[in-house]
Design a protein around this ligand. Structure first.
Ligand SMILES: Cc1ncc(COP(=O)(O)O)c(C=O)c1O
Length: 383
């Protein structure tokens, strides 16, 4: 077989067509490049899609999370419980406010915050009553790879202990938990439009909320702190510039039109991958609880302990198939490892997933033949 002639299977590919191309050209021709009517239109579409009253578009998912921390006045002396197995932005946005992220171990089944580990963290921190200089103020679950976290239990814990609840739904547009769209549990929920997400604007993000005052505050904070019309154009906050551009919004509006098809294709391809990979004994495919309907933002499985992940990745790369490690055990990263929070619990499951998870290509431009090719190549590897 001539490997060079084979199509390169990328981990993900954006799906744009004439709709997005024309929309961006119109923005360029108009000369109105920064936040204006297209951003407002995208916000309306997005609020409708997520079933929330307000959507505030920003420049990235990280900006969405950071603004949310600021809007809740998270800062020094506060602790925020986050899953340990995630993308580093989840922790960095907390740390950057001067607050402390507490890393909670995750479930080996769902890769999401483990409910009993969270219960233990909450119990310990509530019992300590701030004795170690830290007060737990917020729980921020992540819907990792688009699979919803256990929101009923997490929301009940937040309510019982009067903690803020914010969803890092960066990966999870279109995912449902017990039939309800993700993003609906948090006082605010954050989404990303990075190219590895189900819809993309290059870089981009959104915060959704049902709280009109919070939405107003987020709008001011993203634009240097100026109140948004119809309020007086006064500097009501010390804000930042996290605005989305009209080019990004034009892409986003086009992508929203494709969302149902994108989700349908991702779900179908994920099902095909799981069936086709069944004979590969050393690869444990992702599992989905009966009450969850993920958007399949990423397709991530676990390799057997004896399997050398770098060798598998190299072998697949040599055959034109791109892969990635799953996510990261944040407590193991240099800066967090060297400065652990007081009372930081161990996260053994996350540490295991850090070295053993593997993401395979999955995107709406893929075909069943690509799935078959991935399965053939994985089957040929003697682990
Ligand atoms: C769980 C999670 N949170 C936050 C982010 C940050 O989003 P962005 O890359 O848009 O800043 C990402 C994305 O990459 C993510 O996967």
């Amino acid at each position: 077989m001539n490997i060079a002639a084979l199509k390169r299977l990328k981990i993900t590919e954006p799906w744009f067509d004439e709709t997005e191309r024309k929309a961006v050209e119109e923005v360029l021709a108009s000369g109105q490049l920064i936040q204006a009517e297209r951003v407002r239109e995208f916000e309306q579409l997005f609020a409708h899609e997520t079933g929330m009253d307000h959507a505030v578009m920003v420049s990235s998912g990280t900006a969405a999370l950071h603004l949310t921390m600021l809007a809740f006045d998270i800062g020094p002396g506060d602790a925020v419980a986050v899953p340990d197995f995630t993308f580093v932005a989840t922790a960095n946005v907390v740390a950057r406010t001067g607050a402390t992220p507490i890393f909670v171990d995750v479930s080996p089944e769902t890769y999401n915050m483990d409910v009993s580990a969270l219960r233990e963290v909450v119990k310990q921190m509530v019992a300590s009553k701030g004795a170690n200089g830290l007060r737990l103020r917020m729980i921020m679950p992540v819907h990792q790879f688009g699979l919803p976290a256990e929101m009923d239990e997490i929301a009940a814990m937040a309510k019982e202990h009067d903690l803020l609840l914010v969803e890092d739904a960066a990966c999870a547009l279109g995912s449902r938990y017990r039939g309800r769209r993700v993003g609906a549990w948090g006082a605010a929920s954050c989404f990303s439009f990075h190219p590895r997400k189900v819809i993309t604007t290059g870089e981009g993000g959104a915060v959704v909320t049902n709280d009109a005052c919070l939405a107003d505050r987020l709008r001011a904070l993203r634009a240097h702190g100026f109140a948004t019309p119809p309020r007086q154009p006064e500097l009501v906050e010390r804000g930042l510039n996290y605005r989305m551009t009209e080019m990004q919004a034009a892409l986003g509006i086009g992508q929203m039109g494709k969302l149902p098809v994108i989700l349908e294709r991702r779900r179908r391809l994920a099902g095909s991958l799981t069936s086709a990979l069944a004979p590969v004994r050393w690869f444990l495919p992702p599992r989905v609880p009966a009450h969850s309907s993920p958007n399949w933002q990423s397709y991530v499985g676990i390799l057997d302990e004896c399997v050398d992940r770098s060798r598998v990745m190299q072998r697949l790369a040599d055959r034109g198939i791109e892969t990635r490690p799953g996510a990261t055990a944040i407590h193991r990263l240099k800066t967090y490892r060297e400065h652990p929070a007081q009372g930081q619990p161990a996260c053994p499951v996350s540490a295991m997933l850090d070295v053993r998870t593997l993401a395979l290509p999955l995107h709406p431009k893929m075909e069943e033949a690509d799935v078959a090719r991935i399965a053939t190549e994985l089957s040929a590897i003697r682990a």
